[in-house]
Design a protein around this ligand. Structure first.
Ligand code: URA
Length: 433
């Protein structure tokens, strides 16, 4: 078999066989196939696409290129969730304890963040002592006893994806649906869960800007999951503005904990309950999402879900008193308001700019080795559709500088205030099963 023939075949729009896809992935991972041929194939896939079967084979080949996590020692049907990424997305800290509180095991592999705000692990590390560096045995033991554990990604999961993603990044081939879908799903499948709920974001602050593209990506990923024997559901949710009111590390932990205590931040609570309901149904704990939702809401009201958050934090050596009393979470030294320059209605909040403003404060990393400041962040005071008076605060910056000019400018850039009344965006656009 020759890589040249595979490239030409795809260039001509033909479907590749399983053998051809595996030949490419195995050869590329080993270094037998050079970058220039891999990038030519990626570009051919960008233009000619792949059918569902080809995409599933590509995904499985990338899973098989490295280690997979064996979670068979965990009792019960394990569900995982994955978000395609957005600003203020702290849903994991809500749905993890929530789903665990109805007895469904959640075994989560997570990463750190490069970019706007921290990743899941960075945010959890806002809590003193909390660690994700636990042994595989402790991870399994924690899921069995507490129904929830979060571990840092160790091992060599889907190395073919790592190599190919880096190549796509510099060859203009990131935005090819089959390549995105197989990339995301290969990492999820290597992490060992039985079922997966995908939160596919759509809008200005999302990787996929249009609903049409987001739905296409969601469909592709659900098809891959099913082809490879995992129950998969995708929720398409809005990312035309940050989710909830808080952006940052301690800020997001605080807001998530408050949701579990019953606070009613509408978009965040609603999306979390939707995702948690699907996770619980996929795990077989309930027949229908509506039944699951009732039980989950009940566990927020009776305190069980919040208690589960504290239990999970303490099981991973975190200081539970910081959850019991959220005022103990790290706090920045200054609160700086960014005010509206005119009266009207908030019509747009560019989520990405809010993320960048938070990063400038120190909530995220600009380079891989940057340290995160857990105490800084942004509290949104106004969201899309809200009426605002000139001089009223749009956001509060939690900063360790008295005059964080770059962040202030970025927030000013993010907000659009118009004279006409604007509706808040629809939160959940579609569910793909
Ligand atoms: N995220 C991934 O993990 N892979 C892609 O290809 C795009 C986004």
């Amino acid at each position: 078999m020759r890589m040249y023939d595979i490239i030409v075949k795809k260039r001509e729009g033909q479907a590749l066989t399983d053998e051809e896809i595996r030949f490419f992935i195995e050869g590329y991972t080993k270094g037998d196939i050079p970058d220039y041929q891999a990038s030519a194939l990626a570009m051919a896939i960008y233009f000619k696409g792949m059918n569902g079967k080809e995409t599933a084979t590509l995904t499985q080949a990338m899973v098989d290129s490295g280690e997979t996590i064996d979670l068979s020692a965990i009792e019960g049907h394990i569900v995982d969730k994955h978000s395609t990424g957005g600003v203020g997305d702290k849903v994991t800290f809500i749905v993890g304890p929530l789903v665990a509180s109805v007895g469904v095991p959640v075994a989560k592999m997570s990463g750190r963040g490069l970019g706007h705000t921290g990743g899941t692990i960075d945010k959890l590390e806002a809590i003193d002592g909390f660690t994700t560096e636990i042994t595989k045995e402790a991870f399994v033991e924690n899921v069995n006893s507490h129904k929830l554990a979060v571990a840092g990604q160790t091992g060599n999961l889907a190395p073919a994806d790592k190599k190919l993603y880096a190549l796509r990044d510099v060859t203009g081939t990131v935005n090819a649906l089959p390549l995105i879908a197989s990339s995301i799903m290969s990492k999820k499948l290597a992490s060992g869960a039985d079922s997966i709920v995908l939160d596919v974001k759509t809008g200005s602050g999302a990787f996929m800007k249009t609903l049409e593209d987001s739905e296409a990506l969601a469909r592709e990923m659900v098809t891959i999951g099913k082809e490879l024997g995992k129950n998969t559901v995708a929720v398409i949710s809005d990312m035309n503005q940050p989710l909830g009111f808080e952006v940052g590390n301690a800020n997001e932990i605080k807001e998530a904990a408050e949701i579990l205590q019953g606070s009613d931040v509408k978009d965040l609570r609603e999306l979390s309950l939707e995702i948690a309901s699907h996770m619980s149904v996929l795990a077989g704990a309930f027949e229908k999402p509506e039944e699951a939702r009732k039980a989950l809401e009940e566990n927020i009201s009776n305190g069980k879900a919040f208690a589960k958050l504290k239990e999970f934090i303490e099981a991973q050596h975190g200081d539970g008193s910081m959850i019991a009393d959220l005022n103990k979470l790290p706090k920045a030294s200054h609160e700086v308001e960014v005010k509206a320059s005119k009266s009207g209605f908030v019509s747009e909040i560019d989520a990405e700019s809010i993320g960048v403003a938070a990063m400038y404060l120190g909530a995220g990393r600009q380079t891989k080795d940057d340290a995160i400041d857990h105490s800084v962040g942004i509290t949104l005071k106004k969201k899309i559709g809200d009426k605002v008076e000139e001089g009223e605060a749009l956001v509060v910056l939690h900063s360790n500088e008295s005059n964080p000019v770059d962040s202030i400018n970025k927030v000013e850039e993010a907000y659009t205030i118009s004279d006409e009344e604007t509706q808040a965006p629809t939160l959940i656009h579609n569910i793909i099963t």
